[in-house]
Design a binder for this molecule. Structure first.
Ligand code: SF4
Ligand code: FES
Length: 218
């Protein structure tokens, strides 16, 4: 059986507009989006740019849009019943080339929240204490939550959900001595409501409850 895949193509160095290339590829049961991309790269067009590493849903590098929804390409299967699956780079990020987005603006912001333990306090971490930060430690920094949120005039420039999750991770870790809520406030947490958080959660491949994150951080 063969399927059709439409892939976003763009090179920020010399193209003013993106285009879509169509490929017909052999389908096998359980085929992931990354399998499809790798087939295209190996057999049809080796100029296709994309990212991946672990192929196990752990490294967070392989995020793309599949049929307009953010997914990890290594752990999401292609739907053979769809006439043409559309693969695009993560939404809400500037595109470098094809499926590769520029993460620099995100990482610049991310560093502002100090994504590490600061002013360390000596504490014995019991299992119960460790469990409090567990849901937030599951974040693999894939950016799918950002790609899945609606960017409006109000949300533009506000703190991204990935940073909020990291703040929640340290707010629930008693070893961290930094006063993080004022940082979140200054960087723009106001925009978020729990309802917005619930919607964003649907894009998170790790099932992190962003609504709870918002409740905690606000
Ligand atoms: S919160 Fe979820 S979607 Fe967002 S970066 Fe972390 S793992 Fe990815
Ligand atoms: S390749 Fe690492 S999460 Fe997909």
């Amino acid at each position: 059986m063969k399927i059709k895949v439409s892939v976003y193509r763009y090179n920020s160095a010399y193209q003013s507009r993106p285009k879509y290339d169509s490929f017909t590829i052999p389908y096998h049961q359980g085929m992931t989006v990354l399998d499809a991309i790798l087939f295209i790269y190996k057999h049809l067009d080796s100029t296709l740019a994309f990212r991946y590493e672990c192929r196990q849903g752990i490294c967070g590098t392989c995020g793309v849009m599949l049929n307009r929804k953010p997914v990890l390409s290594c752990s999401t299967q292609i739907n053979p019943k769809i006439k043409k699956n559309i693969i695009e780079p993560l939404a809400n990020f500037p595109v470098e080339k094809d499926l590769v987005v520029n993460l620099k603006p995100l990482l610049k912001k991310y560093l502002k929240i100090k994504p590490y333990i600061e002013k360390i306090k000596k504490k014995i971490i019991t299992k119960d204490i460790a469990n409090k930060s567990k849901p937030y430690r599951k974040c693999i920094e894939c950016g799918c939550c950002i790609a899945g949120m609606e960017i409006t005039k109000t949300s533009k420039g506000c703190l991204d959900p990935m940073s909020l999750v990291k703040i929640a991770r340290y707010l629930t870790d008693p070893r961290d001595g930094l006063n993080r809520k004022p940082i979140a406030k200054e960087l723009g947490v106001k925009y978020y409501s729990e309802e917005i958080g619930r919607r964003i959660s649907k894009s998170c491949p790790r099932g992190i409850p962003i609504d709870e994150v918002i409740k905690l951080v606000k």
